[in-house]
Design a protein around this ligand. Sequence first.
Ligand SMILES: Cc1cc2nc3c(=O)[nH]c(=O)nc-3n(C[C@H](O)[C@H](O)[C@H](O)COP(=O)(O)OP(=O)(O)OC[C@H]3O[C@@H](n4cnc5c(N)ncnc54)[C@H](O)[C@@H]3O)c2cc1C
Length: 413
Amino acid sequence: MPNKNYVVLGSSTAGINAIKILRDLDKEANITLISKDDKIYSRCMLHHVISGHRSVESINFVEENFIGENNINWLKSKTVNSIDTENKIVRLDNQDISYDKLLIATGASAFIPPIKNIKQGNHIYPLRNIEDVFDIKEKINTSKKVAIIGAGLIGIDALTALMEFEDLEVSLIYPNDFILDRQLDEYSAKVYEDKFIELGAKLYPSLPVNQIVLDENNDVKGVELGDNTVVECDMLIVSTGVKPNTDFIDNTDIENNRGIVISNKCETNIKDVYAAGDVVGKNAIWPLAVKQGIVAAYNMVGVEKILDDDFTFKNSMNFVGIPTVSLGIVIPPDDTYDVITRCDKYGYKKFVIKDNIITGFLAQGDISYTGPITYLIKHNVEIKNLKDRVFDIGYADFFSMKENGEFEYDLKN
Ligand SMILES: Cc1cc2nc3c(=O)[nH]c(=O)nc-3n(C[C@H](O)[C@H](O)[C@H](O)COP(=O)(O)OP(=O)(O)OC[C@H]3O[C@@H](n4cnc5c(N)ncnc54)[C@H](O)[C@@H]3O)c2cc1C
């Protein structure tokens, strides 16, 4: 039998984790990797390169010579323009690549909202690729005032990195009432907001952006807010979400609904075409991209593997030295939920409970307690007799130890 031709589009975490499995399971296969990127690096670490805590080399997440040792044909700095799924061909500029099985792991790009002047302004950057970091770092040398639009995880990454530059005034602009409103509640967000303000940042919550103010050279001068005030800046970072990179499938029948639609085996609706990572448009986070890349690769080789976790319910962060974990629904949608909070010298904890089942949990400061709670939420465990002492629930309440030292789930309550 001739060797299989596996083609993987995208050299980030979904694509690379898929390649590891493909090579592991099929030593003889031809594996071709195609990417716009010419480096392998962790996008989660980009802000550390801005602040100078990390070098570009140190955010590479594979071992040296990974490509060579795994005998991968890497076509780097190449853009996929289209796919011919009938003839099983990926089309690049002046080059066609055939595949037997194809994995689309082309991730996502920064979403730039339709705000007046945002497209034509100079010194306006997203934070998605290493090239954005190079642009931002170069501009920092002459910049006095930087503004950031968007207070999600990437906006706050940018904020904390830029706050490290002593002579730089940093402003954060967001339409929401508090930062990180998908992960935190008002109280835990305020803990961070107060700290950012104490460290010199200026925060502008609860207002939309009217337009970007440019000078006669189209250089950015400021951001005009909904109340007509202008936040001055000579550099602007836009972190207002992401959109999956799917332009090159427009000519195909691959199902696309704000991201490539996949089964729990990471198959698309087209035979022998798989997709994984941010391009799927579900939950644009690293661990899910890893898992989907792995699941896709197993199924490409013919070993059945099912995706059993969409990682939507857990977020952890550690900004300005304050760790926080949020699990599930931390803001109750209506008053049928019970909310129990505790705030002490160790930090803040919050339980959201419905019908004796914990649906959400937030811990800020001391997060040592999250292991058993994660289990309880994930498995919808009833905590009827423990409601009065939720802050003291431990493994002992629900687990017993097996002879080999592992914990075993054992509901006695
Ligand atoms: C600043 C920042 C901080 C983050 N922090 C966290 C965090 O703390 N925790 C977390 O879980 N997640 C975080 N994320 C998200 C995480 O980085 C992504 O979920 C992850 O990178 C997705 O990996 P991926 O393989 O799907 O795609 P991507 O990382 O988006 O990579 C896409 C790949 O496809 C290639 N490509 C795209 N289009 C084409 C084309 N047409 N032709 C050829 N190649 C193409 C690109 O060159 C690239 O190699 C962060 C992201 C950013 C930007």
